[in-house]
Design a protein around this ligand. Structure first.
Ligand code: NAD
Ligand code: AKB
Length: 317
């Protein structure tokens, strides 16, 4: 990776990925881009930032040529919950943006990372130990774009030799940048509400089990996969990866170890509950472990204790 472009860099993942890439490869070599300015000063001030709409081919060409990009992390997208309220926008941004960035990768001979999601699975997928290769019939617009995206990335690899690689992320938990309108956002919100008000009303059922991961594991996974020996990669787009699996009730119990008075209530949102019910309880990530040595570092107890301390500090500031 010589010059790296990150799309959607103002988002929950991009804001932390861009900083991590700058630390590893050099500040000037990582071009962060988004349609909105990042809220995080560290991201704005630590290297180049360009306003870039992934639906605008002229803007993409300008940035690709100006910076001589050779690696793309394409994160710009509409997430699942917003995608269900605005499916037309989700299709346009997720598919149109991906197509444009794959075309740029083909034309400028770049490798490209594309994040798929547990959302690429559907209600007919086996829910426990969800295999790497299995039935995939997502019923959300987000899921349709993620599964189509995986296939499109495979197509660009097979047809044009573009080095596309990706993972199916679970819900990601972090404290730097707010999540952008997904179904798993509760697992971040709960920490902020626990610290601020010692209570949280959850929009998912108490027993709704989902895969989750603490952000530093997700950042490491992206970088490790892009640096992996290509001869070992059988799957490419996209690898199941997970770190922990819990329900709102289990997470609340873990938070209570630090905030004994913490209370959780439920006001179930049928739209997001239906989405969550169609996603795996826990994925099998053996292929990632075997093909590029994936292993998470954070489990539920370690993630919870770090999140509690970090969110507390954020409020003190
Ligand atoms: P986010 O919503 O926080 O960030 C997405 C960013 O894309 C936003 O900053 C937004 O301004 C930008 N964007 C939207 N439309 C754009 C456009 N037309 N041109 C350029 N930028 C545009 O999302 P995130 O959580 O950082 O997710 C990044 C990627 O990872 C997405 O593809 C998402 O599907 C995937 N993913 C995320 C999670 C998660 O839990 N965060 C889990 C699985 C997969
Ligand atoms: C969402 O809930 O939409 C994302 C995801 C798991 O893809 N967090």
């Amino acid at each position: 990776m010589t010059t790296i472009l990150v799309t959607g860099a103002a988002g929950q993942i991009g804001s932390e990925l861009a900083i991590a890439l700058r630390k590893k490869y050099g500040e000037e070599r990582v071009v962060a881009t988004d349609i909105r300015m990042p809220t995080d000063e560290a991201l704005r001030d630590s290297g180049p930032f360009e306003s870039l709409d992934v639906l605008d081919e002229n803007q993409i060409t300008r940035v690709m040529q100006q910076y001589k990009v050779d690696t793309i992390f394409h994160l710009a997208a509409i997430l699942s919950a917003i995608g269900e309220t605005r499916p037309n926008v989700a299709w346009r941004v997720n598919m149109g943006g991906l197509y444009n960035m794959l075309e740029a990768a083909r034309q400028y001979k770049c490798s490209m990372f594309f994040p798929s999601s547990i959302g690429a699975f559907g209600p007919s997928t086996p829910m426990d130990d969800t295999p790497q290769d299995t039935i995939m019939r997502p019923e959300t617009m987000y899921g349709v774009t993620k599964l189509s995206g995986e296939l499109l990335c495979d197509y660009y690899f097979q047809r044009f030799g573009v080095d596309t690689r990706g993972v199916r992320f679970p819900g990601l938990i972090s404290y730097e940048t707010e999540p952008g309108g997904g179904t798993t956002d509760y697992a971040v919100e709960i920490f902020f509400e626990a610290i601020k008000h010692q209570k949280y009303t959850c929009y998912l059922r108490d027993d709704c089990s989902l895969d989750m991961m603490y952000m530093p594991d997700a950042i490491r996974a992206m970088i490790d996969l892009m640096e992996a020996d290509p001869s070992r990669l059988v799957h490419r787009n996209a690898f199941n990866i997970t770190a922990m699996s819990f329900t709102p009730e289990i997470l609340a119990a873990e938070i209570r170890k630090f905030i004994p008075d913490f209370e959780i209530g439920y006001n179930v949102d049928p739209v997001r509950q239906k989405i969550a019910d169609s996603w795996p309880n826990r994925m099998d990530d053996l292929a990632a472990r075997e093909e590029w040595n994936w292993a998470p570092e954070y489990d539920l107890p370690s993630m919870t204790s770090i999140m509690i301390e970090a969110v507390k500090k954020k409020f003190e500031v």
